[in-house]
Design a protein around this ligand. Structure first.
Ligand SMILES: Nc1nc2c(ncn2[C@@H]2O[C@H](COP(=O)(O)OP(=O)(O)OP(=O)(O)O)[C@@H](O)[C@H]2O)c(=O)[nH]1
Length: 539
């Protein structure tokens, strides 16, 4: 099938060219005839008829005046027999009297209407003693091709027909042979063509002028182009585009190969087919070297990566979507974790989360032999705040305490709402003195902030109990218990103070000596120890 297509592909242009050549030849033939370069056969015939007639006239000049009718008749008959193109003959006297005729000359001569001889009517005068005696008339058959009706007999017409029929086939044979020689694909043996056709990747071979001399089936099928459309065309004339960026100049690797004689590997190019499909190829180009190592062509292989690229793009989109949703899930988990570990009113750690982190911090401190302190904080007479200002205001005060606790501790410290208006703070790495300083600062802040923020109250104070890991608690809950006991002592000894946990007997002493604040809803008098803490913010 392919062979047939190929044959038709060559035959049709050859036929067209042959026909054009025939027509051109015929035109030249007629032009030559019109310009007088061709011998005029009718003129020649006329001339020879004249010469014959004149020779006869001379002969008749000697016998006709004797008026020997038999002799004249014999001579005319003999003449007509020998010259088949003489249709009739006659001798006419000066007075227009026809005295002899052969072959019904009267009838044949009837169409003569001129005094001159023509190619069919020849009139030759006969003289006697230098005086014209009469005329001898010859009626000739028309010279072939002279009349319009006899055009088919004209030699030029016959020549044109000859050219048309025979010339066409001769030209056709010539053109087929010529085109075969000129066919760019003819330089590649058929076996080589067939071998390249078995390859799955596209193959193009170009000559040193970049003209395509071979294209294999795989490439032709890919871009849906017939071989004839590509052979002889320059490879750079195809619709190549840069694979990465369509605005940049297109790098055609085979041009470099032709210049340098060195192979080019892995160039990426896009190609748009006549059907407007775009393919992406990885292109390798190797030089075809002549005897003196000069590149005389390039073998180009084209690996179609369009599908792989499309899959890669889809995969990348999927991966980025996955990453996006993973990030969302992570964010949601973070939010969920926050919600699960935070107290909804204050944003501080809830008791469960606080305990978990406390356990971890306690274990770390033990393992690394570091100090760790725990502060229990409780707002004084909070019930009165609720009772006097309402539960909502109570909530605001609880939030204020949470804010002060968070702002006056470090990021690594743990601030947990233990329940109601009671908070617990864990300070990893701090000595008990440092923890007391922090506790005092918190205490002062609560007192001063409530006064600063609420003109008409509630003005609140808080009591704080401090314990350290150096107090040798068995576990976090015991450390918490120590701090809570210290808080209890702070409450019992008058509130609005910081109490460091001590052994039970010393503790009892402190409880006894602690002063009670003057007014329940006003900031309590400041203990001496707290004064220095104002300047010592712990971040
Ligand atoms: N507004 C508000 N009040 C709470 C909340 N949780 C607990 N309370 C109240 O806090 C008060 C705690 O009071 P108590 O522990 O008896 O003692 P206090 O009144 O703070 O007095 P001292 O602790 O002895 O100084 C109770 O009235 C609780 O109803 C809360 O989330 N919001």
């Amino acid at each position: 099938m392919d062979a047939l297509k190929k044959a038709v592909g060559v035959l049709l242009p050859a036929m067209r060219i042959s026909l054009a050549l025939v027509m051109l030849s015929i035109c030249l033939l007629f032009a030559a005839e019109m310009l007088g370069f061709m011998p005029d056969r009718s003129k020649f015939m006329l001339e020879s008829r004249k010469q014959v007639s004149e020779a006869l006239a001379i002969q008749f000049s000697t016998i006709a005046p004797d008026q020997d009718p038999h002799r004249i008749e014999r001579m005319l008959n003999a003449l007509i027999k020998r010259s088949p193109d003489i249709l009739s003959a006659g001798i006419r006297l000066q007075n227009n009297q026809l005295i002899f005729q052969v072959n019904d000359h009267v009838k044949e001569w009837a169409d003569y209407d001129s005094q001159k001889s023509t190619s069919t009517h020849l009139v030759v005068p006969i003289f006697r003693d230098s005086e014209k005696w009469g005329d001898i008339e010859f009626k000739f058959a028309p010279i072939a091709g002279e009349s319009a009706s006899d055009f088919l007999e004209h030699p030029s017409f016959k020549m044109a027909i000859f050219f048309l029929v025979v010339g066409f086939f001769i030209y056709l044979a010539f053109m087929l042979r010529t085109l075969k020689v000129l066919d760019p694909s003819a330089v590649i043996p058929e076996r080589v063509n067939a071998a390249f056709d078995t390859l799955a990747e596209g193959v193009i071979i170009i000559d040193e002028h970049e003209q395509i001399v071979l294209v294999n089936d795989a490439f032709l099928k890919k871009i849906a182009s017939p071989t004839s459309a590509l052979l002889g065309k320059k490879a750079s004339q195809l619709e190549w585009k840069s694979a990465e960026d369509s605005t940049t100049d297109v790098y055609l690797p085979w041009q470099t190969v032709l210049k340098t004689g060195k192979s080019s590997i892995g160039a990426h190019l896009k190609l748009t087919s006549p059907d407007n499909d775009t393919f992406k190829f990885v292109i390798n180009a190797s030089p075809i070297l002549s005897g003196n190592d000069a590149p005389q062509g390039v073998l180009i292989t084209l690996d179609d990566i369009t599908e792989i690229e499309e899959r890669n793009t889809k995969l990348q989109i999927m991966v980025s979507k996955l990453e996006e949703s993973q990030a969302q899930v992570k964010e949601q988990n973070k939010e969920l974790h926050f919600l699960a570990t935070r107290d909804s009113l204050t944003g501080c750690l809830n008791r469960r989360a606080f305990n978990e982190l406390f356990e971890k911090a306690f274990a770390d401190a033990l393992q690394n032999n570091l100090e760790l302190c725990c502060i229990m904080v409780d707002i004084d007479h909070f019930k009165r705040v609720n009772d006097n200002y309402g539960h909502a205001t109570g909530d605001v005060i609880i939030k204020l305490l949470a804010e002060i606790l968070t702002n006056n501790t470090r990021k690594i410290d743990l601030v947990g709402r233990y329940g109601g208006e009671e908070f617990c703070v864990v300070l990893p790495g701090l000595s008990v003195d440092e923890a007391i300083t922090v506790a005092e600062r918190i205490r002062l802040r609560i007192k001063s902030e409530s006064v600063a923020r609420y003109e008409t109250g509630p003005w609140v104070t808080a009591s704080l109990g401090v314990a350290s890991i150096l107090d040798k608690p068995e576990d976090p809950s015991e450390l918490n218990k120590f701090a809570d006991e210290a808080l209890y002592v702070a409450k019992e000894s008058g509130r609005n103070r910081v109490v460091r946990w001590q052994l039970q007997n010393e503790f009892a002493e402190k409880v006894k000596t602690a002063p009670e604040p003057a007014e329940k809803n006003l900031p309590a008098p400041q203990p001496e120890a707290a004064k220095a803490a104002d300047d010592c913010y712990h971040q």
